[in-house]
Design a protein around this ligand. Structure first.
Ligand SMILES: Cc1cc2nc3c(=O)[nH]c(=O)nc-3n(C[C@H](O)[C@H](O)[C@H](O)COP(=O)(O)OP(=O)(O)OC[C@H]3O[C@@H](n4cnc5c(N)ncnc54)[C@H](O)[C@@H]3O)c2cc1C
Length: 403
């Protein structure tokens, strides 16, 4: 397989690099380790005018070319890039650690509205997503409904031209920075579980909506519990037919299924580790000299990273041929999330007791591996657990019977 760029792909890659070189604000260029509270979403709503300016400048630089939504059709304000161009675009953005703009509105809601939304809904919502002005959060999971999402209990009861919503969502990532929520709610409790759900859009500031922080084990505020108490939502904010929301919600696919960002990140982490342990300070703080098996661990991580690149290439080659990756996307997700954890594990082993230091300015490599050791625990849960991915690979990929 020859993965060398064609002349057109090379020209496109140069264009993306050119934009990053000229337009990526210094804040994102120089600061390499952002917590949840310091990324692009948080910058938009920061009290610090410099952070707000950086977020706006980057959003408008991307918006000028439709690159906030590289995968959306041009007629809806996206860039209409081919799957291969999207892949190159994401690879270059990941190499530069340039933050994505627009979050789940760009990745999930927009493409779904283009398929299922009314003209009014498209008019109302697409432009705010594309400019980076309106950020969305996803309200699917509930305390008793994660992998088995169709069992969700949040109720939306029809009252004339409105629904009255009561219930609770959990793990709503970024809801504290979001302006709007998209959610699934039960509109017919008597129907079979997949057939009594509707898909709703609502302004986060609607009376009765409250967002409470959930602090993760790395002491970061990334996700939340979201409560709904007699929240009135106009029927015109329902996407698709009443009780058919499950099928609408499932269209809302993540179009970036290659996980190329994961492969690039893994390679960069290993290269940074190799460079650091080659310095006098790095050699003194690492256990590489005293623990020969660590070299084997590092070699394994290098090999796995190249495998991850090949999983990504497989997905993109399918998308480029008009095929829809299915169990292949699960394979890539599963492998990538477990690689992130193994990488962190190897990194903390390399630095031994130094890995107990959490403060970035005191720890080797600014505590990169210590923090990802803690932060990556959720990688095998979020967006579908590893067990669920394995079920998909087993049944759809290997043709095994359901357990
Ligand atoms: C960092 C993070 C961000 C998230 N962001 C969002 C968000 O923005 N919006 C949102 O709606 N949700 C979000 N989620 C929720 C996420 O989608 C769920 O956590 C996930 O689907 C798993 O559901 P659960 O936590 O209820 O676990 P459960 O489904 O209760 O699973 C518990 C355990 O049982 C296993 N299990 C369950 N079913 C099966 C099965 N059929 N076969 C084998 N094993 C099984 C699971 O693998 C797991 O080990 C986020 C989660 C995380 C960790």
């Amino acid at each position: 397989m020859d993965w060398t760029d064609t002349p057109e792909q090379a020209a496109f890659r140069a264009e993306v690099r050119g934009l990053i070189e000229t337009k990526l604000p210094a804040r994102y260029r120089t600061k390499l380790d952002f917590s949840f509270e310091e990324g692009w979403d948080a910058d938009r709503k920061s009290d610090d005018p410099q952070r707000v300016t950086a977020a706006k400048e980057w959003a408008s630089a991307l918006a000028e070319r439709g690159w906030i939504a590289p995968h959306w059709p041009k007629e809806y304000g996206g860039a209409g890039l081919s799957p291969m161009e999207q892949f190159i675009y994401r690879m270059e953005m990941a190499e530069a650690r340039a933050p994505g703009v627009g979050g789940s509105g760009v990745q999930m809601l927009g493409p779904m509205l283009i398929v299922h939304g009314t003209e009014e809904q498209k008019q109302q919502h697409l432009s705010g997503i594309l400019s980076g002005d309106v950020i969305w959060a996803q309200g699917y999971s509930e305390p008793g409904s994660g992998s088995d999402l169709a069992s969700l209990q949040t109720r939306a009861v029809r009252d004339g031209d409105e629904y009255v919503v009561n219930g609770q969502k959990i793990w709503t990532s970024g809801a504290h920075h979001a302006d709007w929520l998209f959610m699934l709610a039960r509109t017919d409790p008597d129907a079979p579980k997949h057939r009594g759900i509707s898909f709703l859009l609502l302004d986060r500031n609607t009376p009765g909506v409250s967002v409470r922080p959930l602090i993760n084990m790395g002491w970061e505020h990334g996700f939340n519990e979201t409560f709904f108490e007699d929240v009135h939502v106009p029927v015109s904010s329902r996407v698709g037919e009443e009780n058919r929301g499950w099928y609408v919600g499932m269209t809302l696919l993540d179009f970036e299924r290659s996980n190329i960002t994961g492969a690039v990140d893994a390679r960069r982490s290993l290269e940074a580790l190799r460079d650091y342990v080659g310095t006098d300070e790095g050699a003194a703080k690492s256990r590489l000299a005293s623990t020969p098996t660590l070299r084997g661990d590092l070699a394994d991580r290098f090999i796995e990273t190249e495998v991850m690149f090949n999983f990504s290439f497989r997905i993109i080659s399918m998308q480029d041929r008009g095929l829809i990756p299915n169990y292949e996307a699960s394979t890539s997700k599963l492998f990538n999330s477990e690689l992130v954890q193994r990488m962190a594990n190897t990194g903390v082993k390399v630095f031994g007791m130094h890995s107990n230091i959490w403060e970035r300015d005191k720890a080797p490599m600014r505590a990169q591996f210590t923090r990802s050791y803690v932060g990556s625990v959720s990688a095998t849960i979020a967006a579908g657990t590893s067990e669920v991915q394995r079920n998909i690979i087993a049944t759809r990929g290997l043709g095994l019977p359901r357990g």
